[in-house]
Design a protein around this ligand. Structure first.
Ligand code: SAM
Length: 267
């Protein structure tokens, strides 16, 4: 690449996946390798930044005790870095277009005549339940799944949760931990006390924790296990049976010893 073409401003919106650094796409890795600047959020596993050894890395997420950037400031930084350095990767947790403000950012950047591209990521909405053996669909139980934000821009609970609670749909709630009591209440109003529900914190990461119960019991389980954000709440019949033999894949899984150990049988 010539010096001139490498300085052409462009921003690539990249999904970093749900947390496990191996759950990132090959395209994302290729984009990171060529990036001059990477702007990343708190949900991004920092180890994936190793794919961008030569890039300037800028943290723009929210962390306790650290200065946090407003969305307007992030938008301006993206434009500034693209103009100064050329290729900017905007790295976001999960998929940038699932509650990720991805479109707001690309619209803003493009209004300055700067080209944008997207590399979709694996969203936590599907991958985090899957990692503990919960499929978002199952032919026996559900014909759809809804992914709902627990906290709308007006900080209120989404009215979609009221609608979803009247259906057989699998309901996946993101950013919903501060609204768990309200969600439970809505399901109770719909006589759904026995409906299975799981809360999974830091899914697919080493520090993953989860609690599984029913609408009736989940608040006590969450309190006992001290589960907190970032967490996914998943509600519906698909949660039943999550304790099957299905396990989250690690490289050790293909080693025979690992499988025999877990099945408690000797070859
Ligand atoms: C602003 S949304 C971003 C979602 C992201 N774009 C995606 O597709 O996964 C942040 C919320 O996603 C959920 N989340 C993201 N990663 C998670 C993980 N590894 N474990 C549990 N929840 C996660 C949490 O509900 C968190 O509050």
């Amino acid at each position: 690449m010539s010096e001139k073409s490498s300085k052409i401003p462009k921003v690539i919106l990249v999904g970093a996946g749900p947390g496990d650094p191996d759950l990132m796409t090959l395209k994302a890795v290729k984009a990171l390798k060529k990036a001059h600047v990477v702007l990343y959020d708190a949900l991004v596993n920092e180890s994936v930044l190793d794919h961008a050894p030569n890039a300037l890395k800028v943290f723009v997420g929210k962390r306790k005790g650290m200065h946090s950037y407003s969305q307007d400031q992030i938008n301006d930084l993206l434009v500034k870095y693209a103009r100064e350095y050329g290729s900017v990767v905007r790295l976001k947790g999960g998929d940038p277009f699932v509650f990720g403000r991805g479109k707001e950012e690309t619209d803003y950047i493009e209004s300055f005549g700067i080209k944008t591209a997207i590399i979709p990521g694996i969203t936590s909405a599907i991958a985090v339940p899957a990692a503990i053996g919960i499929p978002v669909t199952h032919r026996k139980f559900t014909e759809s799944f809804w992914v709902i934000t627990g906290t709308t821009s007006s900080r209120e609970i989404s009215s979609d949760i009221h609608l979803a609670a009247t259906s057989n749909a699998t309901v996946v709630v993101l950013m919903g931990m501060s609204k768990l009591a309200e969600i439970v209440e809505i399901y109770k109003q719909n006589h759904r006390h026995e409906t299975p529900i799981a809360v999974i914190q830091n899914g697919t990461k080493d520090e993953e924790m989860s609690g599984v119960g029913s609408i009736e019991t989940i608040e006590a389980i969450v309190a006992e296990k001290k589960l907190a954000s970032p967490a996914i709440i998943i509600i519906g019949e698909v949660v039943r049976g999550h304790e099957s033999m299905l396990t989250y894949f690690t490289e050790a899984f293909i080693e025979d010893d690992f499988i025999y150990q877990n099945l408690d049988i000797t070859p």
